[in-house]
Structure formats: C-alpha cells, structure tokens
Design a protein around this ligand. Structure first.
Ligand code: 8YV
Length: 330
C-alpha cells in the first residue's frame, strides 16, 4: 500500500479531465469541475490548506486571499494576463506567481483579426439579417454596408507578442501598420511587422481601425474614453481584445449610439461577466465572451503550461514562466 502523503493543491475552475486525472496521481486535489466561481471568502479558506493553486482570471490573488495561506508556494494562472494577481502581495508572502505566455500568441492574434473583420464587415449584424428573413430587402445599397480592411491603416495600441502577431496578419491584407506602445520596439521588430511608431493621439486620428492589445494596469485604466474616441475618424472601428477597463464602456456605448465611430468589436468588458446594458442594445458592436484564446489546442496548451509551472515550483525548480523572479534571489 502506498502510504505516502500527497501534497494538496487547489484547481479553482474546471480543467480538462485528462489533465485533472494526471494531477491526481501526484497530488491531493481540491477541484471545481462544476465550474462555480468561488467567492473571495471561499478562496481565502481554500488557499489556507494547499501548497499550490491553478487559477484563472476570475480569481483575485491578493493579500486578503493569502491571509491564511501559510503553506502556499505557487499560484499558476491559466492566462497570460495577470491583472488578477497582486504581484507585490504575492512576493511579500513568498508565493510564486506564474502565467502562460507564448502558447496563446497566434491563436489570440487570429481572433483579434477575426473580430476586426467581423466588426468592419458587420458579420453578426448580417447574420441576424438572414435569420430574421430580411433577404428579400437585399439591394446594392440596402445591405449592411461595411468598411474595408485592405489597404486601410490599422493602429495597434500595445505592441507585445500578440500586437506584433496582429501586425503581421495585417501586412497580408496590404494594410498600413502604425502602433503606439509604452516603449518603442527594436528596429528589427518594427521591420518584421512593417510597423511605424506614432504617438497615441496621432494613431487615434489616423487609424481606420484601432486595435487594443495592451495589458491592464492602473495607468492603462480607460486608455480609451470619450476624449480619445472624439479623436477617431467617424468611419473608424475599435477592437478591444485586451482587458475590460482599458475602454470606458459607458463612453463607448454613447459614442456608438451617436455614430461617432463606425463600429466596435469587444471580447472583454468592464466588470465582466456583466456587459454594459447600452452595448447590448446596439447593432454596431460585435460582442464576444472573452474567447480570444479559446481553441481547444491552445486552451490545452495553457493548462499544460500552468501545470508545468506548478510542478516545477513544488519541486523546488524555477517555473518556466515565473513572474516574480525576485523570489529566487531572496
Ligand atoms: C484567458 C486571457 O482565457 O490569457 C489571457 O490573458 O485573457 C485569456 O486567454 C482568461 O484570462 C482566463 O484566465
């Protein structure tokens, strides 16, 4: 009989059953295959009795969550963005923080482009047209008429791995690529995606399509609000695959209602899973439920990388995508 005590871990949301079964071979697992979002109080309680946790963006890991987590060594996010982590609080508590970069870059860039195309060419609105039996109204002038992508200017705000992936896709459409980022890319990277660095205001004034791919930080809150939208062309589209809170959704809804810009495509929302009620009423917005990384292959790769991070940390090794590397120097 194997009497070895297995270390206890928490898996805060449902994961693929095969991945769960593999983890159960080495760990005592508190799983949540029912996928009920756990409250901050429950999370605090669960973290008090585990050495590691796999979480998603719906779990906030801060000082309060860590208050009783005396044995916790690692929290592995199944996500590249980690604005659900208070990293200084995790570091202070000696808890390793990890994320899932790289494995989702191309899938997310594909989706950014898909959402941009759906927005510019009014694809969801057109589908409703067909489903609602409006085809008899078809005419040269009376269709959902869109705006072009090809040979237009795309303005990308946030030029990390995913932003650069979108830029490379845009080149295939003969688009002129401009970008704004906290810091300018190396010349070789700019060349690889044919992108020109401009100021945020110039980008907003010049771009036919503005795509947001920047991480959420306090400084990036409401990067796009009424003032920024006012700078955009009335024919422009806005796509947000970054994070809720980067755009002031109330201001955007108002601008779309008044046709201040042509249309918007949104995969992320302020206060999601809630969506601003005005946005739900508008036809010139394409809405998606935070699915930019959602292909089966990529979601499996994200879970696998999160598990590699967790296993490495618990084996006393450096996790492949450790965020608070300063913990290793301590
Ligand atoms: C995740 C994401 O699906 O990786 C990210 O930053 O936004 C998505 O891929 C989501 O955050 C779930 O944790």
């Amino acid at each position: 009989m194997n009497t070895q005590i297995k270390p206890k871990i928490l898996i805060a949301r449902a994961i693929f059953p095969e991945a769960l079964a593999k983890l159960e071979e080495s760990f005592e697992v508190r799983s949540n295959q029912a996928d009920q979002i756990i409250t901050p109080e429950e999370l605090q309680k669960e973290l008090a009795s585990v050495v590691g946790a796999l979480v998603t963006g719906s779990e906030r890991i801060d000082a309060s969550a860590l208050a009783n987590a005396k044995d916790l060594k690692v929290v592995a996010n199944i996500s590249v963005g980690y604005n659900n982590f208070d990293v200084p609080a995790m570091t202070a508590a000696g808890v390793m923080a990890t994320n899932t970069p790289d494995v989702l870059t191309d899938t997310t860039a594909d989706f950014g482009f898909a959402l941009l195309m759906a927005t510019a060419r009014r694809i969801t609105e057109s589908e409703h047209w067909v489903r609602n039996g409006h085809w008899d109204k078809w005419s040269i002038v009376n269709n959902p008429l869109g705006v072009d992508l090809h040979h237009s200017t795309i303005g990308i705000i946030g030029m990390g791995r995913i932003g650069q992936g979108i830029a490379k896709r845009a080149l295939g459409f003969g688009m002129n690529v401009i970008y704004y980022n906290r810091s300018r890319l190396a010349e070789s990277d700019e060349k690889a995606c044919g992108a020109k660095y401009v100021s945020k205001n110039e980008l907003l004034q010049t771009a036919d399509h503005v795509v947001l791919v920047l991480p959420y930080t306090t400084e990036n809150h409401h990067t796009i609000g009424a003032k920024e939208i006012a700078l955009m062309k009335p024919t422009a589209t806005l796509v947000n695959i970054a994070r809720g809170g980067i755009v002031d959704d109330a201001a955007l809804a108002q601008a779309l209602k008044a046709n201040k810009i042509f249309a918007a495509g949104l995969d992320v929302f302020e206060g999601e899973p809630n969506v601003h009620s005005e946005l739900l009423k508008l036809s010139n917005v394409v809405l998606a439920p935070h699915i930019a990384s959602a292909t089966e292959k990529t979601r499996r790769a994200m879970v696998d990388l999160a598990i590699d991070n967790l296993r490495a940390a618990l084996a006393g090794k450096k996790p492949p995508s450790l965020i608070n590397t300063e913990l290793l120097k301590a």
